[in-house]
Write a protein that binds this ligand. Structure first.
Ligand SMILES: [Zn+2]
Length: 433
């Protein structure tokens, strides 16, 4: 790590709003500020040289949906190990969900997480709970938490199932100009679903969670967003009809945005059968059908789906190595997001590189009302350097997360972050720790 040193990054291809990724340039950074972006800059005395070997560089990526597990579940992940995983995966910022113990339901807990992350190279933005203990009953002090640093509100881990509570939360959200992020699931329809309800669940004899459980909740929340004027962000969308409803809401000018996880545009419920009930294919919303996967990619391509977020959800080996129906939901995602994006979106030409980068940089920050980093002289350097073709093995040894519950474990992945630069520091991915 080069702390606050003057730095010359050599041999990069900037990509983003004002760069198309085809020009080889050097970037000079002094005091954490970008000073110059030009071809073939001469090194100055005292400057550290970093040869990026022809990597791409974009504004620093943000994952707006992660579970850092601290406080309360430090055996799964901590703010520190989660940020190490983020840095290794190319992310300079994360927004973390409130299903901790205690929940992020008071300003104290918001400030605890901000403090924990202060010296880490990744910006951590806590998401406050909508309800006390995420119990779905009493609304939290949203304004106070916002003053403490909360950037959005959600009961994620669980849905805000009470319609009146959701209405009140959106009314406050409108006043505070923050989004409410809902885990869209009607529990009466979904429980005790262990996987997507469909042909595969029938064949396997497992109780399924139907698409309609997600869709009725999205429909309700779009109506409530329209009524209140509060911004609704649909978390981890996974069904074709869900995407259609968000598309229509946007066409009507409603304050509705959404995100998708890499696993939902990569994998289907068939994997559960193929893997003989590997619990690393268990998450909520569940892996759905090939048609839903296609709808996610279409939604990304036409702009209906604003952001790519991982829903990084660490669990220990002990917790996941149980019978499928007893295993907790969720997989880690920070370190595998980029290669999955490369394979499913970039390589087949479904999205262009600048389109993809927008969903990892600009859109998540716009949704959370955060400043968007620019690669321009005079701007603070907040950068992700990455390759689209570099191969690596997703082994326990190579993962920085405290947990390794991923369906990609021990697979060869193509595409990797090379380094991040944030808070005045260059952090090469292979030296994170
Ligand atoms: Zn969720």
């Amino acid at each position: 790590m080069n702390e606050e040193r003057d730095l010359l990054i050599r041999n990069v291809f900037p990509v983003g709003d004002s760069h198309d990724g085809t020009t080889n340039l050097d970037i000079r950074i002094t005091g954490g500020i970008i000073r110059d972006i030009s071809p073939q800059l001469d090194a100055r005395e005292g400057e550290t040289l970093y040869d990026a070997g022809g990597a791409f560089v974009s504004a620093g990526w943000m994952d707006m949906h992660v579970h850092l597990r601290e406080p309360g579940y430090e055996h799964k992940e901590t703010v520190r190990t989660g940020c190490e995983a983020a840095a290794a995966g190319g992310f300079t910022a994360v927004a973390c969900m409130p299903n901790t113990d205690p929940a992020i339901h008071t300003r104290d807990v918001v400030e605890f997480i901000k403090e924990k992350s202060r010296d880490l190279p990744v910006d951590v933005y806590p998401i406050g709970a909508v309800s006390r203990d995420r119990a779905g009953k009493a609304i939290t002090e949203m304004a106070d938490m916002k003053d403490g640093g909360a950037v959005a509100f959600s009961d994620d881990g669980d849905p805000v199932w009470d319609s009146r509570l959701m209405r009140t939360a959106l009314e406050y959200a409108a006043m505070l100009d923050v989004p409410v992020i809902n885990h869209e699931e009607d529990l009466a329809l979904s429980r005790p679903g262990h996987m997507h309800e469909g042909r595969v669940s029938t064949r396997l004899g497992l109780r399924g969670s139907p698409s309609i459980a997600e869709e009725v909740m999205i429909a309700r929340d779009i109506l409530l967003a329209e009524l209140t004027g509060g911004s609704l962000h649909v978390a981890h969308i996974s069904t074709r009809r869900g995407v259609s409803m968000v598309r229509e809401a946007k066409q009507r000018g409603l304050p509705v945005t959404t995100e998708v996880c890499p696993h939902h545009f990569d994998l289907t419920d068939e994997e559960i059968e193929r893997s003989a009930f590997d619990t690393n294919y268990k998450m909520h919303p569940p892996l759905r059908t090939a048609d839903d996967v296609e709808a996610m990619i279409e939604g990304l391509a036409d702009g209906t789906i604003d952001a790519i977020a991982t829903d990084h959800a660490p669990h220990s080996v002990d917790e996941k190595q149980v019978e499928f129906i007893y295993a907790p939901n969720g997989i880690i995602g920070l370190e595998t997001a980029w290669p999955v994006i490369c394979r499913r979106l970039l390589e087949p030409g479904r999205l262009t590189l600048p389109q993809i980068i927008g969903k990892l940089t600009t859109r998540p920050r716009e949704i959370l009302r955060l400043p968007v980093p620019l690669i321009e002289p005079g701007e603070p350097a907040n950068l992700t350097l990455f390759h689209t073709d570099r191969e690596w093995v997703c082994s326990r040894e190579n993962l920085r997360s405290r947990s390794s519950n991923t369906p990609y474990l021990n697979q060869i992945m193509k595409g990797r972050a090379l380094a991040i630069y944030n808070k005045g520091r260059l952090v090469p991915a292979d030296t994170v720790r």
